[in-house]
Design a protein around this ligand. Structure first.
Ligand SMILES: *[C@@H]1O[C@H](CO)[C@@H](O)[C@H](O)[C@H]1NC(C)=O
Length: 101
């Protein structure tokens, strides 16, 4: 009888330790909606404002997000004001045109 309890005790030890290792192996919780190219959270709000009047919102937000994550700033307003963020102003696409909205 004693042996049975001892075995159960051992088993529970093994299980609990394997569970804790499983829990420990889990990656730490990240922010909402993890994306392949992480974009700083502030960029989301900045780009939403920047692209508020854009014809193709999705495209605008996409490029704005790229520029913002590289430059860490987005000019204010829905257009212009690019001197506020020279890095953003100076980014060019493959055709040599301004990349950022
Ligand atoms: C520049 O930013 C202001 C707000 O900070 C905005 O009202 C304006 O439309 C933006 N663009 C230009 C070209 O002034």
């Amino acid at each position: 009888m004693k042996l049975l309890f001892f075995t159960l005790f051992l088993l529970s030890l093994i299980f609990s330790s394997s569970f804790t290792t499983l829990a420990a192996a889990k990656p730490p919780p990240t922010g909402p909606a993890p994306t392949p190219t992480p974009i700083p959270a502030s960029c989301g709000a900045l780009c939403k404002a920047r692209c508020a009047k854009a014809g193709i919102q999705k495209r605008c937000l996409n490029f704005c997000g790229i520029c913002c994550s590289k430059c860490n700033c987005v000019p204010s307003g829905t257009y212009g004001n690019k001197s506020e963020c020279p890095c953003y102003r100076d980014m060019l696409n493959s055709k040599g045109k301004p990349k950022c909205p």
